[in-house]
Design a protein around this ligand. Structure first.
Ligand code: SF4
Ligand code: SF4
Length: 348
C-alpha cells in the first residue's frame, strides 16, 4: 500500500533533488551516461527541433503512488499560474511546435487546466493530457471525457496493470476499480473505439525493480484482457521504465534494490535508443516556468544549459537549439533495453 504523503511532507532527505543526485553519484557504476552516449556516437547530446512542449502544471495529485517521480500528492501546493501558462502559449504562438503535452501531478486539478487546453487547441496544436484516470472520479471532474472529446485531446492514461492486485499495490487500494470506471466513461465518450479518432493510450510501468517487457506483445495481451474482463477498449499501450528518482528511488533504497537496478539499467544500455530520446525533441516547462530537457531533469533540478533561455518568459528557440542536453546517471533509465520515453519504447 503506498504511503499517504509526499517525501516533502515527510521531510525525507530524498525530497531534495541534490540528495537524489548525490545518492546516484555515490553508486559504483561500470560507466557514466556520457561515456555510453559517446560510444554510441552521440556526444555531446544535442537536441533536434522541438516537436513537443511538455508543460508540467503542478505537483498536486489526488493519488500518492509509490513509484511517483514527481513526488506528487494531495499535500503538494505547487501549481502553474495562468500567467505562466500564458507565457507558454506565447512561446507556442511564436513557433510551429505541433504538440503540447500537459502533465503534473494530476494536471486536471490545476484550476486553469481547461483554459490552457482550450487556448492550445484553438491554436491548432495537438494536445495530450497525462491522466491518472481516478481524477475523473473526483469532485467536479465527471465531465472531463466530454471536455476532452470536444477538444480532441489525446488521453495518455496511466494504469500499472490490467488486473487489480498489481495496480492497487503501486497506486493504493481502490485505484483499479476507479480506473476501470474512468476508462468506461472515456469509451462512452468515443475514446478508444478506433473510429472517432479520439486516441486513448494506456501507460504501464513495472511494479518492481525490473525492466518493462516487450511493448508490442504486452499491448496485444492488454487489449484482449481489458476487453474480456471489462469491455474496455484503447488504442495503444506504452511501456515505461521506472526512473531511479524521487519516490521510486526511495523504494529502491528501502527494498535494497538500488545498486542492482542501476547495474541492470547500465548493462542494458541500448545505443539504438539514443537517437529517439525524448529530450531531443521535447522542451519541458516546470510549474514555475523554468525550462528543462525533460520531466525527469525537472524533478532533479537540472535546468537547460542555455544561459539566456532558462525560463519560458525568455523562450529563445535559437539559443535552445545550440544547447547540450544535461545528462546524469538517471538517463540510463531511458536507454535500457527497448528504451523508454513519454511515448513508450524507443526500439523494438
Ligand atoms: S504517479 Fe501520477 S498519479 Fe501517481 S502520484 Fe504521481 S502524478 Fe499522481
Ligand atoms: S532522463 Fe531526460 S535527459 Fe536523460 S536521457 Fe532521459 S529524456 Fe534525456
Amino acid at each position: 500500500m503506498p504511503r499517504t504523503i509526499s517525501l516533502l511532507s515527510r521531510q525525507a532527505p530524498l525530497a531534495s533533488a541534490e540528495h537524489q543526485r548525490a545518492t546516484l553519484t555515490a553508486l559504483p557504476l561500470a560507466r557514466e551516461f556520457g561515456d555510453a552516449a559517446q560510444a554510441a556516437g552521440a556526444w555531446p547530446l544535442r537536441p533536434h527541433a522541438i516537436a513537443t512542449l511538455q508543460i508540467n502544471v503542478g505537483k498536486l495529485c489526488n493519488q500518492t503512488c509509490r513509484h511517483c517521480h514527481v513526488d506528487a500528492g494531495p499535500d503538494r501546493q505547487e501549481m502553474m499560474s495562468r500567467e505562466t501558462m500564458a507565457l507558454c502559449l506565447r512561446a507556442l504562438a511564436s513557433t510551429t511546435i505541433p504538440a503540447v503535452d500537459i502533465t503534473g501531478g494530476a494536471p486536471e486539478l490545476n484550476p486553469h487546466f481547461r483554459w490552457l487546453v482550450e487556448q492550445a487547441t484553438a491554436m491548432g496544436r495537438h494536445v495530450m493530457d497525462r491522466c491518472n484516470l481516478t481524477v475523473l472520479t473526483t469532485a467536479g471532474q465527471a465531465d472531463l471525457p466530454e471536455f476532452f472529446a470536444r477538444h480532441r485531446v489525446e488521453v495518455v492514461a496511466s494504469l500499472p496493470h490490467y488486473r487489480a492486485t498489481n495496480t492497487d499495490r503501486q497506486r493504493g487500494d481502490g485505484v483499479y476499480e476507479k480506473s476501470i470506471a474512468a476508462l468506461k466513461r472515456l469509451n462512452e465518450a468515443g475514446y478508444g473505439d478506433g473510429r472517432s479518432r479520439l486516441r486513448l493510450v494506456l501507460v504501464t510501468n513495472p511494479v518492481g525493480a525490473y525492466l518493462p517487457p516487450s511493448q508490442a506483445s504486452l499491448e496485444a495481451e492488454w487489449k484482449r484482457e481489458l476487453l474480456r474482463l471489462h469491455g474496455v477498449a484503447f488504442d495503444a499501450l506504452y511501456c515505461i521504465t521506472n526512473m531511479p528518482i524521487s519516490r521510486y528511488l526511495e523504494w529502491l533504497i528501502e527494498s535494497d534494490n538500488l545498486a542492482a537496478y542501476m547495474e541492470r539499467l547500465v548493462t542494458a544500455f541500448n545505443p539504438s535508443t539514443v537517437s529517439g530520446l525524448m529530450c531531443r525533441d521535447t522542451l519541458s516547462v516546470g510549474w514555475d516556468g523554468l525550462l528543462y530537457d525533460c520531466d525527469f531533469n525537472q524533478m532533479l533540478d537540472l535546468g537547460v544549459d542555455a544561459a539566456s533561455a532558462r525560463h519560458i518568459r525568455d523562450f529563445d528557440p535559437a539559443a535552445l537549439a545550440t544547447r547540450s542536453i544535461v545528462v546524469g546517471r538517471h538517463c540510463f533509465g531511458c536507454t535500457a533495453g527497448a528504451g523508454s520515453s513519454c511515448g513508450g519504447s524507443l526500439a523494438s
